[in-house]
Write a protein that binds this ligand. Structure first.
Ligand code: NAP
Length: 248
């Protein structure tokens, strides 16, 4: 595995699930990590446990990624604490599922503001620093739902498809400064988010996965670390699925 010694990584939604796995893997690979989540109760213990294993490797920051001003303020604090940012992983995400007939306007706004505007907010906070940093990488965690849609997830699908358009535009805009920007489209990964699904829905999903199993957070993490590595310098504006073959 590549070494990330000397690199500073910001991971949003790192209090649990996929984001936590990504933050832990970067620290194990030598990076320093800003661990962001909605509440100190989730990101605090993640940073604490990382610092116990690897002293001074992590700091926690509680914020709402959907709030532009809050993200800029926390962003300034992160740059003051670490001096630079090389790698940004936009992973924070939420679902508010429901058929369109019943979907409330707030459900649409919460999902779009968190999953899509959240990425805009963090890129605004860190792009200047990243343009000057070594091997700068932005990785946006989208979803297969952004590629194929899903009944009951119009808000989520729109946010994740929007994130793909955002990824390609950022990739083009920052390419002159060698900042790469890619999206990952995970399929169904075992986390708190998918544990909410009822048994019938889970069985239906399983039957649509050629490899016949749900993914693990580590599957997304391995791809994230590769796209963030120096070896991935020539890959930008891409959407890479890790989905057991669901969308082939
Ligand atoms: P999860 O277990 O529900 O964790 C979500 C994380 O995002 C939490 O740490 C949460 O903070 C944070 N978060 C949510 N809203 C936030 C906000 N407004 N501001 C800051 N942080 C916020 O989710 P997951 O399953 O690991 O999913 C991670 C990402 O992968 C999401 O973008 C999701 O859409 C995407 N994804 C997941 C799957 C899957 O099958 N699990 C599939 C495709 C894509 P707290 O811990 O403080 O609540």
């Amino acid at each position: 595995m590549s070494s990330f010694e000397g690199k500073v990584v910001v991971v949003t939604g790192a209090g649990r699930g996929i984001g936590r796995s990504i933050a832990e893997a970067f620290v194990k690979a030598g990076a320093k990590v800003a661990v962001l989540s909605r509440s100190e109760g989730s990101c605090g213990p993640v940073a604490e446990s990382l610092n116990q294993q690897f002293p001074d490797s992590a700091k926690s920051y509680a914020l709402d990624v959907a709030n532009f001003d809050e993200v800029q303020t926390v962003g300034k604090q992160i740059l003051a604490d670490f001096g630079q940012v090389n790698i940004l992983v936009n992973n924070a995400g939420v679902t508010r599922d429901g058929l369109l007939m019943r979907m409330k306007s707030e459900d649409w706004d919460t999902v779009l503001d968190t999953n899509l505007k959240g990425a805009f907010n963090t890129v605004k906070a860190f792009q200047r620093s990243m343009m000057k940093a070594a091997d700068p990488r932005i990785i946006n965690i989208s979803s297969v739902i952004g590629l194929i849609g899903n009944a009951g997830q119009a808000n989520y699908a729109a946010s994740k498809a929007g994130l793909i358009g955002f990824t390609k535009s950022v990739a083009r805009e920052l390419s002159g400064r060698k900042v790469t920007c890619n999206a990952i489209a995970p399929g169904f990964i075992k986390t708190d988010m998918t544990d909410q699904l009822d048994e019938k829905v889970r069985e239906g999903i399983l039957s649509s996965i050629p490899l016949g199993d749900f993914g693990a957070a580590e599957d997304v993490t391995a791809l994230t670390l590769f796209l963030a590595s120096a070896e991935a310098r020539y890959i930008t504006g891409q959407v890479v699925a890790t989905d057991g073959g669901m969308t082939m």
